[in-house]
Design a protein around this ligand. Sequence first.
Ligand SMILES: Nc1ncnc2c1ncn2[C@@H]1O[C@H](COP(=O)(O)OP(=O)(O)OP(=O)(O)O)[C@@H](O)[C@H]1O
Ligand SMILES: [Mg+2]
Length: 334
Amino acid sequence: MKNSPANDKDIELRNVTVKIRKTTILQDVSFYAKRGEILAIIGGSGAGKSTCLRVLTSQIKPTRGEVYIAGCDATKEEEKLKEILGYVPQPEEVSAYPEFSALKNAYFFGKMYNLPSDLIEKRARQILQILGFDTEEMMKKPFKNLSGGEKKRASICIGLIHNPKVLLLDEPLTGIDAHLRIELLNYLRDLNRQLGVTICIVAHDLETADYSDRIVILDRGRVAIFGEPKSFLRGLPNGGKCFRVKFKRLTVDDQKRVEKIKPIKYFLVVGRNTLKVFPKEGEHNLAGLVEEFYAKGLEPLELEETEATFGDYFRLFSQGAFGARKDIFSINFE
Ligand SMILES: Nc1ncnc2c1ncn2[C@@H]1O[C@H](COP(=O)(O)OP(=O)(O)OP(=O)(O)O)[C@@H](O)[C@H]1O
Ligand SMILES: [Mg+2]
């Protein structure tokens, strides 16, 4: 099916294969994000994530397949692509001017798109504000004196200055502390909501999935999982509702005993002496579970009702909890 004006997909790869010399780097890769969504491309090193971005930015032409950004054929309309696409490279590739402030950098890059000065300033201030640059001093501090996380946010502002429909970010979270990763993900979600920009985040970590409307997990150049994290979680027993249970002790033998508890469908080790326990459908009953633990000689110390994260889902998936991979999901390109 060819792209039509009614298409509401802002990012789309259809059956993309990339071969460089005799090496296949992407094999029949298909995924999409609809307008206004956040898409995460997740995978280990060498999985093909950056290659997907290079295909989306038309730096690489696919050997086979189709690529669309906001209705524009990325393999053919390169000039148009520059207008509708914003790109935030990895930190070492960021081309910000170290002596210029975040505001002045945005101004400089905005001028490259021939935008009027007053419009650039208004837009830069709006974006920087959403990104937590809430004082004049911060907006005007030289880029080189900003912290790592602030530099990252200033480079996001540069990527957005020409008001693109789609923003691509290559590993924005790599190399920053856990709490700053969450902060940055929150900022990206604010940008997405307030500006309506469709966002694609390349990441190594699964925590990004919980901030995304759609995810694609790549494994050695192929799509392992594609879909909406929420719908995967809803597919778990009891819609993903589960318990975090800390035991007095938890040996490998104890875990074997947990396996024998009938109302438990799955469990994951999530910390020292701590399990996340997923009861079978309709058996989400704390008192009943506690009795079962005691009956097996286990002593639960702390119990807390909680929800599955996508990371939990993926661990269960990788352990084969849902059976053969090909049986549990299918990509539907209507
Ligand atoms: N120009 C090239 N020529 C040959 N092989 C390449 C080329 N570019 C990438 N590859 C190979 O393709 C695979 C995927 O590379 P890619 O850079 O897309 O991975 P990635 O998922 O971004 O990994 P990382 O997390 O390490 O950045 C790797 O095995 C890489 O060595
Ligand atoms: Mg990469």
